[in-house]
Structures are given as structure tokens and as C-alpha cells.
Design a protein around this ligand. Structure first.
Ligand code: NAP
Length: 442
């Protein structure tokens, strides 16, 4: 269930096993590839090349894709159990974590999931309006999603025009008046979670200079010991980049101010966001486990747009146990401890299994591990044959659900590429489900 990286890697592991397993991937949207399509930033096209690997998996004779079908809406767990020997949920982490501060949902404050989905043409987010008319924006969080959001706000329209960014987003960004972007971390430069490549790229933008306050680079003894931890070499590499950002002169029209040790406390404004109040923090705890605690001193940053990029969370799945705090499905090596009356085996992989960490490739090993668990359980599945996709297809047809096959997706894919051609873009995505379905049967 779910056609993102972890779903496809699980399919690959099953198809390459010694068993002649039939594998169907069921996907809520009419288009596959999850975060590779709707999460990876449009200006990072190389990261999307992995979709070619997934397409090769999809062409395996024992594989099929059924898109535009929703678990819990179009079919139930019991119905899956009637059709298949086992299910692997690879549904990712589709929602945002909350900050839990007053004013969090004020107009002008958005989750990164919405902003990322919007510029990537995800149908769930395409109609959200982002007010880019103010000069200042704040981004909360210092992970790679925050840096993606920062780059998209900082780049010129000319830099984005030839990417697969959704046209509605490109048009809105062309009118953006944002000049100052604040990238805010509750902890220090040693604890920022950016990968080095992404951080370095921030220093190479044509329209935006990054800045760090040199005082923020004065480290405690505990931070120094974290910095020199050989198991975490990115920390020292990132720190060198921050040092370079501390002594830049502004030469470009936009700037990105990277702040450390500031915890968001309240988003304020009349009918919409006007300022964000933050509390200075200090770090306490042992090396590697330092936490930010408030000092009582507050500062405020004026901003008309706030993007909260503090991590993703999974969504509960009907009939499946769920850990609300972690946003994941409790599991042991991918196996979910639960019981349908007939003992249908349920597994998880990817972000719904381990939480929202790691890069695309991390999911390959994770899915291989889940599939190894599933294959070890095979003797307990019983010898009773199951009708598989034929039965699900006819159930969906009775419910008038128009499912999308991998061949249909290839038709959509070609249409998107053809739409992109005159614009010099790799593709012009369809951003509405109705458009996708119309293109699939064209
Ligand atoms: P992330 O790396 O976990 O970063 C989350 C950030 O939010 C951290 O700086 C965290 O600070 C902060 N945060 C959490 N709760 C907070 C709070 N209450 N107040 C203030 N700050 C808070 O998550 P992400 O950026 O969403 O990325 C998810 C995963 O996708 C990561 O593994 C990332 O590397 C990956 N990704 C990779 C790429 C790429 O390879 N190009 C692109 C995008 C995403 P603390 O550290 O203090 O908790």
C-alpha cells in the first residue's frame, strides 16, 4: 500500500526473492512515486531519476499498480485479507508535526507539507494560497525540508522556470516580494540537521546570500565534543560552511539569516501573521543528547509568512495500531502485532515504520528488512489460495472506482512530458485528480 520509494523497494525485494510472489501496489493518487514526485524539490532533478528504477520494477510480469484507490474508503482491511496473503503498508508520513504554540494556525502560517506539496503540484495542496507579498518570511526547523523551502523562496523565477515546478507556484513565486528569509533552529549549529551538500548549495544561490551571526559559532565544551565526534563527520563539515556564512557581505538582492538557539513561542498578528515571538534557548544535557531549554529572554521577528518545517508524522490507518506520539505503526522488524479474525499478516516499511528520517535510499534497506520478516513468516500464511488482484479489481469496479494501471500512468507521464516540452520543462504536471484521470484514458 503506497507507491513511494519504500513501497517500490518492498516490491523489488519480493519480486527478486526465490518465491513467485505476485505483487500489487495500491496507491491513493492516480500517479505513483510518492515523495519522489511530490516531495523532492523541483530544482533537484537528479534525485528524481530514481523513478526510472521504480518504472523498471513496475514492468516486471508479476507486478501491477492500481492507482486512484483509497484504503479505508474504497476497500477495507478485511477485503484486502480476502484477496491477498499479506499486506505491507508503505504509506509514509503524510502530515506535519505541530509546534504547539499559540497562533500556530494563524493566516500566513503553514506546514512545510503544504508548501512542498503546493510547489510540487500535489492535488491535495494545489489550491492553498501562500501570501508572498511581505518582505520577510520565517522557516522553523533546520532539516533538509527547511532548506528546500528556503531555496524555493530564495531562487529567482528564471532559476526555477526550467524545472518541473507546478506552474501555479511558479506564477505566485514570480510575484513574491520576499527578500529576507529567517531559518530558525531551536538548537545550535552543531545540532542542525542539514546535510552538507544541501547546506553548501545555500551559499551558491545566485540571488541570495546566507548569513550566520559569528557569536552563534562560539561553542560550549559539550558542543565542541559533539563537533569532533568522528561518527558524525557532517557536523564539522557543516560548521566550516557556517563559518563561511558568518563573514559574508550582502551582495545579492535576497538574504537568508540562519538563527540558532531560538525556540518559537507565539505567532502574533491581527487577522494574519505579523510577527513571531521566540525565546532564546541554551543547550543542556550530555554530548549527543543536548536539548534546548528556554532562558526567559524573548526576541521577535516580523514576518508575513511562516513555514513550519519541524518534521513529518504518519497518519493512522483504519484497523491498524498506531502510536500517536511517534506518528508510526508499532512493529517488530516490520511485522505489525495485530490480529484480524483470520490472522491476516500486516507489515510496514519506510516512514510509517521507522518515522521520517533518512534519504530515499535509506528505504531500500528498510524495505528489504521488512520483506525478510515477511518471507520468514511465509510458512504461517497457510496454503489456501487467494484470488489476488482480479478480485480486488472486480470489487472496485462494483463500487465505480476508476483505478489507474501502470500503463495508464505511462500515458499520463507522456502527456505531462509533452506539456512540458514547449515550456522547456521536463514535465508540466497535472495537479488535479480529474486531469490525471482524463489524461490516463486519453
Ligand atoms: P528533520 O531532519 O528531522 O528536521 C526537523 C527540524 O525541526 C530539526 O531542526 C528539529 O530540531 C526541528 N524541530 C522539531 N521540533 C521542533 C520544535 N518544536 N520547535 C523548533 N524546531 C523543531 O526533518 P525534515 O527536514 O522534515 O526531513 C525529514 C527527512 O527527509 C530527513 O531525514 C531529511 O534528511 C530527509 N530529506 C532529505 C532531502 C535531501 O536529501 N535532499 C530533502 C528533504 C528531506 P531538533 O534537532 O532540535 O529536534
Amino acid at each position: 500500500m503506497g507507491s513511494g520509494p519504500s513501497g517500490f523497494y518492498a516490491a523489488e525485494a519480493l519480486l527478486e526473492s526465490e518465491y513467485t510472489t505476485e505483487v500489487d501496489i495500491l496507491e491513493r493518487l492516480p500517479v505513483p512515486y510518492g515523495l519522489v514526485r511530490h516531495g523532492v524539490a523541483p530544482d533537484h532533478p537528479r534525485l528524481k531519476d530514481v523513478a526510472d528504477t521504480y518504472a523498471a520494477i513496475a514492468r516486471h510480469p508479476r507486478f501491477s499498480l492500481m492507482g486512484n484507490v483509497s484504503f479505508g474508503k474504497d476497500f477495507t482491511l478485511q477485503e484486502l485479507a480476502d484477496c491477498y496473503h499479506a499486506v505491507i503498508f508503505a504509506t509514509g508520513a503524510a502530515t506535519d508535526r505541530k509546534l504547539g504554540i499559540p497562533g500556530e494556525d494563524i493566516q500566513g502560517s503553514h506546514a512545510a507539507t503544504s508548501f512542498v506539496g503546493w510547489y510540487n503540484g500535489h492535488p491535495d495542496y494545489r489550491d492553498i494560497e501562500f501570501d508572498l507579498s511581505g518582505e520577510s518570511a520565517v522557516i522553523i526547523g533546520q532539516g533538509n525540508v527547511a532548506i528546500d523551502v528556503c531555496r524555493i523562496l530564495a531562487k529567482s523565477t528564471d532559476e526555477l522556470r526550467k524545472t518541473d515546478i507546478a506552474t501555479h507556484a511558479l506564477d505566485a513565486l514570480a510575484e513574491s516580494r520576499i527578500r529576507e528569509i529567517h531559518l530558525i533552529g531551536r538548537r545550535g549549529p552543531v545540532q542542525a540537521r542539514f546535510t552538507t551538500k544541501e547546506l553548501r548549495e545555500l551559499g551558491q544561490l545566485s540571488e541570495c546570500d546566507p548569513f550566520v551571526d559569528p557569536d552563534d559559532l562560539l561553542l560550549s565544551e559539550t558542543c565542541k565534543s559533539e563537533l569532533s565526534d568522528v561518527r558524525e563527520p557532517a557536523r564539522a563539515r557543516n560548521f566550516e560552511i557556517f563559518r563561511g556564512f558568518a563573514f559574508r557581505r550582502q551582495e545579492k538582492p535576497k538574504c537568508c539569516r540562519i538563527h540558532f538557539c531560538l525556540g518559537p513561542r507565539e505567532a502574533r498578528g491581527g487577522h494574519r501573521l505579523e510577527e513571531l515571538v521566540l525565546e532564546r534557548t541554551r543547550l543542556v544535557g550530555a554530548a549527543g543528547r543536548q536539548e534546548a531549554v528556554g532562558t526567559g529572554e524573548t526576541v521577535s521577528i516580523k514576518a508575513g509568512l511562516m513555514i513550519r518545517s519541524v518534521g513529518y508524522s504518519g497518519l493512522p490507518l483504519e484497523g491498524i495500531p498506531f502510536d500517536e506520539k511517534l506518528g508510526t505503526v508499532p512493529n517488530k522488524d516490520g511485522r505489525v502485532a495485530m490480529a484480524l479474525p483470520n490472522g491476516f499478516p500486516v507489515y510496514v516499511t519506510g516512514w510509517i515504520k521507522r518515522g521520517p528520517t533518512g534519504i530515499i535510499g535509506t528505504n531500500r534497506a528498510d524495505s528489504m528488512a521488512t520483506v525478510a520478516t515477511l518471507l520468514a513468516d511465509l510458512p504461517s500464511f497457510g496454503a489456501q489460495p487467494k484470488p489476488g488482484r482480479e478480485a480486488l479489481v472486480s470489487l472496485l469496479a462494483q463500487r465505480s472506482v476508476q483505478s489507474v494501471s501502470f500503463h495508464d500512468w505511462e500515458t499520463i507521464d507522456q502527456a505531462e512530458k509533452a506539456r512540458g516540452l514547449p515550456l522547456g520543462k521536463p514535465r508540466e504536471k497535472f495537479t488535479r485528480i480529474s486531469e490525471m484521470l482524463a489524461a490516463s484514458s486519453a
